[in-house]
Design a protein around this ligand. Sequence first.
Ligand SMILES: Cc1cc2nc3c(=O)[nH]c(=O)nc-3n(C[C@H](O)[C@H](O)[C@H](O)COP(=O)(O)OP(=O)(O)OC[C@H]3O[C@@H](n4cnc5c(N)ncnc54)[C@H](O)[C@@H]3O)c2cc1C
Length: 422
Amino acid sequence: MVNIMWDVIIIGGGPAGAFCAYLLARNGCSVVLLEKGEKFRYKSCAGGVTPRALSLLPKVPEEIIEDRPRYLRVFADDVFFEFKLRGEGILVYRSKFDQWLRDLAESEGAVVKYNTTAKDIVFANNFVEVKHTQGSEEGKILVGAFGYSGHLFKKLGIEPPPYSLAVQREFKLPEEDIEEVKGAFETYFGAEFCTFGYAWIFPKSKSRGVSVGIVDKEAKSGLLLKLDYAIKNHPILSKKLRNATLKYVSKVHVSASVIPYGITKKIYGDRFILVGDAAGIADPISWEGMGPAIISSKVATDVILKAIEENKFDANFLKSYYKKLYNILLRDDTIPALRASKRVCIDAEFYSNFNKAMLLCAKEDKKFREIFIWTFSRERPFKYIDEYVRKKTFCILKHIGIRNALRMISQAFLSKLRKSQE
Ligand SMILES: Cc1cc2nc3c(=O)[nH]c(=O)nc-3n(C[C@H](O)[C@H](O)[C@H](O)COP(=O)(O)OP(=O)(O)OC[C@H]3O[C@@H](n4cnc5c(N)ncnc54)[C@H](O)[C@@H]3O)c2cc1C
């Protein structure tokens, strides 16, 4: 049997791959999308879709929207603040949301192959071949939208990006308890359950569900124990979940997954482009990954359409993908956020005190409150958030206690020095 020569082969049917397949098929390309999971597969995710992500997508059907958060509630030890959000963020279960995107791609003519795991990638002179569990595909160009797959990074000869670890449990709440969490993103900072990250309750009110999880930049294991500790013992979280029962979403109640960040060293090459988590572009502060995935797919689509038009698929031509992504997302958003994260994630005690101090500043300063909102909504790139926070360094240090801050910074510096000498 003769193989079809696809314009584009996409590996991975998450938001990055599915949205890319949709856009390319809509623009007349022949596209095959390979997804190792089944239809409605579970994806470990809190399901927060920011206004910036929504602004690029077609209208999300009402039946997929589980909640519309109007508030951001931040808890840092004994300090609490509730921020009123603007904009139209939504909360979804990824099983349904990703299926909707894959169905959209199919409705535009893309072929979606489920239960199909890509195993090998072979580059020939005039095409790329992807060998998978059901056979193989040949295409002009490959889009790697496979999230974090050590195996496929290796096949592409790419060093995998660093990653944080996140764990999550799905619960159901009684009607009266769901009212307490409905319509708000809740985030919890605290050194006792998290080194460099936060815990969350993201409501899925329509189904009386809540996703409860922790992300930690530093953790490589043991995070589920910390989550369970927080669920049982955190004075506020435990109260909100006192009547919670297990909920199975696409057969899953508990999950762990990584979030790649730090930008994969090579996100394009001869006949391939990486998008979404595979490109390592999740936000290292809020850990939003869907927005960057969707943005990168839009940029990749524009470049691929031009590549097909000009029949040029070499790395030199495809480097415009990196350039465009750099201008649109990386330069003002991802890279400043990475730098800021490096600055504050120096020591667990410092990180915890820093977040508490930020919240205390927000209580005093209206502009600071905007900063918190931007961090989660990304209506402004991180560069602007960082500029303002830097201006307010003295205010933050005052709340941490200048002596205290100096002690923690020098402690962190000495421990780094010791580690480098070992
Ligand atoms: C616990 C947790 C909570 C999170 N919460 C949020 C949130 O609230 N908001 C937000 O924006 N982001 C969140 N994120 C991050 C977000 O989930 C990711 O950044 C996002 O899913 C990236 O999309 P993607 O399409 O690049 O990758 P993915 O969604 O990971 O999709 C990759 C797809 O590729 C498939 N695949 C992998 N290997 C192969 C293969 N060999 N062959 C075929 N298919 C393959 C997988 O099955 C998967 O469907 C969270 C992450 C975690 C872990």
